[in-house]
Design a binder for this molecule. Structure first.
Ligand code: G3P
Ligand code: MG
Length: 258
């Protein structure tokens, strides 16, 4: 008798507020300092980007080059793990963060586990779709104590499909800046629990369509209080990603559990 394909544990039970790249409005994005700060502020979930160094080490980093956020320049895939200790990922944000490093995925998962934080891991493969997916699946499988909650997302739907093969029980969510025709089919093929979309696309009609398809809809990146209030009043999504969790944690809608 044929068996059903394994389904992800769903829903991922996210709160309405997720700290984007950590508390990246007040600490350098995608660093341990930003994750610690998110927890200290009271956020329970953080989003961050995972990519691979040239030697295959998965690290938390958004761009394909070091230029914007560190004291070095050049492609990230030209460095390896041993180089991380020589690169400053905090100074450009502010002198108080000098010495902050690009964290490895392993270091980050250990910190989140110890802090009791949950994670939206965004696969940012910069071309290495399958390898990045496998590295993240391996890291999660290697955790003796899992995080309280986890969901994995990506704009690279091929990478997300590869991740689903490696980790069929972990919830996933495809990312769309603006969902194109066929977004529901993409989500269904991935057996996704949610779609994550750009804030300009996340209107009430899209939220209703996502819900009708059995999907949560979360939108990035909302930093403005007035916009958040409009979204709360107009069914503007199940969750927001924000660089400033401190602006919304006291909010009766976004700061509350769904
Ligand atoms: O995961 C939500 C958001 O982070 C997607 O865009 O470019 O900030 O990674 P980006
Ligand atoms: Mg991201």
């Amino acid at each position: 008798m044929p068996t059903d394909p394994p389904r992800p544990a769903r829903p991922a039970r996210l709160p309405r507020l997720v700290a984007h790249r950590g508390a990246s409005g007040s600490a350098p994005e995608n660093t341990l300092a930003a994750f610690r700060r998110a927890g200290a502020l009271g956020a329970s979930w953080v989003e961050f980007d995972v990519t691979l160094l040239g030697d295959g080490t998965p690290v938390i980093f958004h761009d394909a080059t070091l230029d914007r956020t560190t004291d070095r320049t050049g492609p990230l895939n030209a460095i390896g793990r041993a180089d991380l200790a020589t690169i400053d990922a905090g100074l450009r944000f502010g002198p108080a963060f000098a010495g902050e490093r690009i964290p490895t995925l392993a270091e980050t998962l250990a910190l989140l586990r110890d802090a009791g934080l949950s994670a939206n891991i965004e696969l940012k493969p910069h071309g290495a779709s399958v390898e990045t997916a496998a590295a993240v699946a391996d890291a999660l499988a290697g955790m003796a104590v899992p995080l309280p909650g986890i969901t994995v997302s990506s704009f690279d739907h091929r990478s997300l499909a590869a991740f689903r093969e490696h980790a069929p029980s972990v919830p996933v969510a495809p990312l769309f800046e603006t969902p194109a025709p066929g977004w529901r089919e993409t989500a269904a093929a991935l057996r996704a629990e949610a779609v994550h979309v750009g804030r300009n696309a996340a209107d009430a009609a899209l939220v209703a369509a996502a819900h009708a398809a059995g999907l949560a809809l979360r939108c990035y990146t909302v930093n403005d209080r007035a916009e958040a209030a409009r979204r709360a009043a107009a069914a503007g999504g199940d969750a927001i990603f924000t660089d400033y969790p401190e602006r919304f944690l006291g909010d009766p809608y976004w700061g509350a559990s769904p």
